[in-house]
Design a protein around this ligand. Structure first.
Ligand SMILES: Cc1ncc(C[n+]2csc(CCOP(=O)(O)OP(=O)(O)O)c2C)c(N)n1
Length: 662
């Protein structure tokens, strides 16, 4: 063996020893009555050769994603042990200020996109990171590690499909430690994981995951292939889990034989033997161990000396400060054009893509076909397939790609064809996108837009007509809008693309062909702010989306009775324009909330609660709500009409609320 190879082994041994010592210390810090580390940690003892070998093969600007068992990856990516340990101890001095803890540590600025405690969820995000690398022609690759159990997850399957179909520069690193929590990994399938790669059309390689040289060499080849445009690889690294699944795991389910076999394969023991067989003296290795011990002790001391987070910071970093990428700085010229709601969406996409190179658009059929509703028509022709592309029918991969590319500084606009289809992939919005800024302590952000459309149209079925805005508007960290007019279809989409945080736009399919004059161009407005569609002082209708139309009609009819009805279109449900609500409640004293989404648990309940909590002094009558009737959406048009708020129902409610006045 060459001196160079021995030097690599010596360095690898040192790095692996650092990880092992770090893990042993962390376990100690979870013990006792009020331990410095609150909660669970998942140690990677036995698996150290994988991050050490992999990171030795990657460029300094390549990206890394790990699972909750990812302390080794975090250290190898460059997070100093004292900052990582401080994060495990939930200190303000931790890499994420104590907001991530062990499970979600991240530091995108040091190439570590982060750990993930949702099994398999990193796969779709890795696709997005790779999409950003491709768009920027940076030549970067992304390595994503996951366990053998994760291979059963749908999101990882979707990531494999997406990465292979787009030939993305992703290295999928499966750390096969034989266990999926407390069940043997082989329970789900006896087919070797590397072999499965062929079914996706990617390279699959079996690697000795206890040997840092084997891992390094396999990752080197995978990275070369990825950089050469040959797409992803799946490396199955066989390894051992020396300790329990997590710090308090007593491993009652594991045989003594299995534990002994793992210990016999301990990569540190193997490496020590290899080093001594190549002339490295045992005392030198003992010296490395002693130095590492001191280094980790010092890191622990430093971590424990760090302060706990200041309670005053609780609200920081939920959202970022606006800094426009679409505004030119000078007041841009405007034009008024007559167009439909659908055309207005298309125009907003065109304008945003022209204004900002980071804007990319993707989803099912959005590329060449221009979307099933034609909303992305001609975008690919104009901006090319690198910026506008079709995806596999894989909503987790689509949304995860939005998350990953947004973290990497792109402005992705992902289309989900029907809001109902969001439900198969909500993890990427709620567990992933919504957390990025807050949990990273402001070190990363996910300025993505998800465009979808919803609501009933004649004959639409129960899986193509749900109104789901309330589901997402209740999630801190997300911004949610419901454009109701062609103007808002244009303005709110531009605002969302320009916003620094994840925005979900629920467009209304039933409004696509509505036509109106639209002011195009001009400065991009901010997210939030309701619009008063009609002023009045007797009763206020608070509504959004499709409901503004029956509300306006009913208000007009009520005017014939002498009632002055105000109609407020909220436009954005998150953040909510509390001032506009307060103004209209104070002015009218009577409130009717109207929305198409089912009444029970609909967002109207939140608005009613806020008004009751904050403005009860102004109320002259109990708040009323009209939401969709609480049934599944029937397909028969005659029944559908009974479900959604009608002009007659709204008018009756207005008359009821104001009975004393007329
Ligand atoms: C979506 C999801 N389902 C279940 C869990 C609970 N869980 C946490 S770790 C784990 C086992 C994963 O096994 P594997 O992928 O082999 O990784 P390992 O723990 O061996 O590193 C499970 C089921 C989770 N965190 N996320």
């Amino acid at each position: 063996m060459s001196q160079q190879s021995v030097n690599f082994l010596r360095a690898a041994y040192t790095r692996m020893r650092i990880i092992r010592r770090f893990e042993a210390k962390s376990v100690e810090l979870t013990q006792g009555d009020s331990p410095p580390i609150a909660g669970s940690i998942h140690m990677c003892a036995g698996q150290e050769a994988i991050p050490v070998g992999a990171l030795a093969a990657l460029r300094a600007d390549d990206r890394v994603i790990a699972t909750y068992r990812g302390h080794g990856w975090a250290l190898e990516a460059g997070i100093p042990p004292e900052e990582l340990m401080a994060e495990l101890c939930q200190r303000a001095s931790g890499v994420n200020g104590g907001r991530a803890g062990s499970l979600l540590v991240n530091d995108a600025r040091r190439r570590f996109i982060g750990q993930n405690s949702i099994v398999g969820a990193g796969g779709p995000i890795a696709c997005g990171v790779a999409i950003a690398a491709r768009a920027r022609k940076s030549g970067r690759v992304v390595a994503i590690s996951f366990g053998d159990g994760a291979v059963s997850q749908g999101s990882l399957h979707e990531a494999f499909v997406m990465a292979a179909s787009e030939r993305l520069p992703v290295i999928f690193v499966c750390e096969n430690n034989g266990w999926a929590e407390m069940t043997p990994g082989s329970y789900a399938s006896s087919m070797p994981i590397a072999v499965r790669a062929a079914a996706y059309g990617m390279r699959g390689v079996s690697v000795d995951g206890c040997d840092p040289v084997a891992v390094r060499d396999a990752v080197l080849v995978a990275a070369e292939c990825a950089r050469a445009g040959q797409g992803p690889s799946l490396l199955e690294c066989s390894t051992v889990r020396l300790w329990g699944h997590y710090n308090r795991d007593i491993q009652h389910y594991r045989s003594a034989r299995d534990r002994q076999a793992a210990e016999a394969s301990d990569p540190l023991g193997r490496l020590r033997g290899l080093l001594t067989s190549h002339g490295v003296r045992p005392e030198e290795i003992d010296g490395i161990d002693a130095r590492v011990e001191q280094e980790i002790e010092a890191a622990v001391d430093q971590a424990l000396a760090g302060p706990v987070p200041d309670p005053a910071t609780l609200h920081q970093h939920l959202f970022g400060a606006a800094s426009s990428r679409l505004n030119s700085g000078e007041s841009a010229p405007t034009q008024v054009q007559r167009m439909t709601y659908a055309t207005a969406i298309n125009r907003a996409l065109h304008d945003a893509m022209a204004a900002c190179e980071e804007v990319i658009v993707f989803g099912e059929d959005v590329g060449k076909p221009g979307g099933v509703f034609g909303l992305s028509r001609n975008l690919q022709k104009q901006y090319g397939p690198a910026r506008v592309f079709d995806t596999p029918i894989a909503e987790s991969a689509i949304l995860g790609s939005a998350v990953g590319s947004a973290i990497e500084g792109m402005r992705p606009v992902a289309e989900v064809m029907f809001a109902d289809f969001l439900l198969v992939a909500l993890d990427q919005i709620i567990n992933q996108a919504a957390n990025v800024r807050y949990v990273s302590n402001g070190k990363a952000s996910a300025p993505l837009v998800v465009r979808t459309q919803q609501g009933v149209t004649s004959g639409s079925c129960a899986q193509h007509s749900q109104c789901l805005e309330g589901v997402l508007a209740s999630v801190p960290g997300l911004k949610v809008g419901c454009p109701s007019t062609p103007q808002d279809a244009y303005s709110m989409l531009r605002a969302a693309i320009d916003d620094p945080d994840p925005c979900i736009l629920f467009e209304a399919r039933s409004l696509f062909q509505r036509e109106a004059d639209v002011v195009v161009g001009g400065d991009v407005e901010g997210v939030c702010s309701a619009r008063l569609l009609r002023d009045g002082s007797d009763v206020a209708v608070i509504c959004w989306g499709t409901s503004i139309y029956p509300a306006l009609e009913a208000a007009e009819m009520a005017a014939a009775d002498g009632l002055r009805v105000a109609v407020l279109d909220l436009r954005w449900l998150a953040p909510l324009d509390d001032d506009a609500i307060a103004n209209i409640v104070h002015r009218c004293g009577r409130v009717l909330i109207v929305h198409e989404a089912s009444q029970t648990g609909g967002f109207g309940a939140e608005i009613a609660a806020r008004i009751a909590e904050r403005h009860s002094d102004s109320l002259k009558a109990p708040i009323r709500r009209i939401g969709g009737v609480d049934v599944r959406m029937p397909s028969a048009p005659v029944l559908q009409k009974l479900v959604v708020p009608s002009v007659q129902k709204i008018l009756a409610a207005l008359r009821g609320l104001t009975a004393a006045l007329v």
